[in-house]
Design a protein around this ligand. Structure first.
Ligand SMILES: *Cc1c(COP(=O)(O)O)cnc(C)c1O
Length: 466
């Protein structure tokens, strides 16, 4: 399997290069040159009685990586990745009513869906670095959940150092502590005086500085990394196969950087029957506005109860645009140039109506978020976190549009955002056992201004000290 850039100007590369590099040299994101094809029936037949998450993951991921790993090796990495999960099923399902299911993606070590991809990416990185005897420096930006999941996936591993930039004061306390209480000699936390988008721009800027990024052998673990999207494709198949024998479902996904829901679209391109994808946004509604009027216009980021979705530039949206533009990289490049220079990009009316055949979207306010947490707590005796609640709100609005069931993704454990959950439901969700003493653990992190040169120097200094 070879990979192409969404901007069409970089040479095709192997999975090995895609894994460690993240961004393509022309500024685009990588996608497989073609989508491997499966059917539900065929997967059920192949798995037989071994219908477990790990076995399904191995089948689905294998075609993407088969040039660098054999199937047994992959299977071993997959099993190791999900060994740290607290749910037997990895992604268990909860039925909320006859047509609505919630898929719990939060049973990994840091309590958010990002563990599902990052635990595997950590294994894949280590496997590859051992084979090539290379060292890499991972630099990533986080709005909260990616950082802790990435740190947890990379801590104490050989051949890698990890620097995570988070927006100072804009993550939840649990999120911050999950990052800053890890004391490992290859882990560095940086609090940037700015927003998540500033953090993301810093990382992009460092990548674009070829001297710098080559010098530190820089690698990305952000959701632009193809391997993360790839690992997420699995649970779209898994949850759909739990919900229906072979029928069609809808997926509703609380979205920010668009990596999660794009993985669903990937699964669909691989043959999974999906009627519609429902994009759920909070007040930061750049995606909702795009799916309604075909224009993506950047605005200020406003803090909400669902901070992991407080984003105005959805990086993975570029991958969707590439597919929408029939894989014409020139059009993608033009669109993003316009977005940079004019603060907006738009598609034609025809393109928009084509998109709307498969995509719906809703915007959910903070108040509606709290109301949904309360409602689900009262009616189902079940706690959901604010991100999940944004999704369930959107799913409920969509419920009469389609005959098919809706699978709404639960992206974080309620105890990761205890203040909002308590405010809405009156119940304080407790942290799972392995994190019970989180509030007592010692923290360490560096606060830096939103300036690329200062951040670069900090990284170089730390590396010199090693
Ligand atoms: C990252 C995150 C999201 C947004 O996912 P994207 O892939 O960025 O769209 C939603 N909810 C939670 C809890 C997250 O951590």
């Amino acid at each position: 399997m070879r990979y192409v850039s969404t901007r069409g100007k970089s040479p095709e590369v192997s999975f090995q290069q895609v894994l460690l590099r993240g961004l393509a040299p022309d500024g685009g994101l990588y996608l497989p040159i073609e989508w491997p094809q499966f059917t539900v029936k065929e997967l059920r037949a192949v798995l037989g009685d071994d219908f477990r998450y790990q076995a399904l993951a191995t089948e689905i991921i294998y075609p993407f990586v088969k040039d660098s790993l054999d199937k047994d090796e992959l299977s071993e990495l997959v099993h190791r990745s999900y060994g740290s999960f607290s749910a037997q099923d990895i992604v268990p399902m909860k039925r909320i009513d006859s047509k609505l299911w919630i898929a719990e993606l939060y049973h990994g070590p840091t309590l958010a869906f990002k563990d599902i991809a990052l635990q595997l990416v950590g294994e894949l990185f280590e496997n590859q670095l051992q084979k090539s005897s290379e060292n890499i420096t991972i630099v990533g930006a986080t709005s909260g959940d990616t950082g802790s999941a990435a740190i947890e996936a990379c801590r104490d591993r050989e051949g890698m150092e990890i620097f995570i930039l988070h927006p100072h004061g804009r993550t939840s306390e649990v999120q911050r502590r999950q990052m800053t209480s890890i004391h490992s000699k290859n882990v560095f936390n940086i609090a940037i005086e700015g927003t998540f988008d500033d953090c993301q721009d810093l990382v992009k800027g460092m990548f674009a500085d070829v001297d710098f990024s080559t010098r530190i052998n820089m690698s990305a673990i952000n959701s632009i990394n193809w391997a993360r999207v790839m690992a997420q494709i699995v649970y779209y198949w898994w949850t759909s196969m739990q919900t229906t024998e072979s029928g069609t479902v809808n997926f509703c996904v609380p979205s920010g950087n668009f990596g999660n829901i794009f993985a669903g679209f990937g699964a669909h391109n691989m043959g999974l029957p999906v009627e519609n994808f429902i994009v759920a946004s909070n007040r930061n509604d750049v995606l909702d506005r795009f799916f309604r009027n075909g224009e993506m216009e950047l605005r200020e980021v406003a803090p909400t109860y669902s901070p992991s979705m407080d984003i105005q530039v959805s990086s993975n949206f570029e991958r969707l645009l590439f597919e929408v533009f029939k894989r014409d990289g020139r059009l993608v490049e033009e669109a993003f140039k316009t977005l940079r220079s004019e603060g907006s990009l738009s598609v034609s009316a025809d393109t928009l109506s084509e998109i709307q055949k498969k995509w719906a979207s809703y915007k959910v306010t903070d108040q509606e978020t709290l109301q949904m947490i309360e409602k689900i707590s009262d009616e189902c005796n079940y706690l959901i976190d604010p991100h999940t609640a944004v999704g369930v709100q959107a799913a409920e609005r969509y419920i009469d549009v389609s005959q098919a069931p809706i699978i709404s993704l639960a992206t974080a454990h309620p105890s990761k955002f205890p203040d909002a959950v308590k405010e809405a439901s009156g119940i304080s969700p407790s942290l799972p056992g392995h994190l019970q003493d989180l509030y007592e653990r010692k923290e360490s992190y560096e606060i830096l201004p939103n300036e690329e040169s200062i951040v670069k120097n900090f990284i170089l200094d730390q590396m010199r000290d090693q």
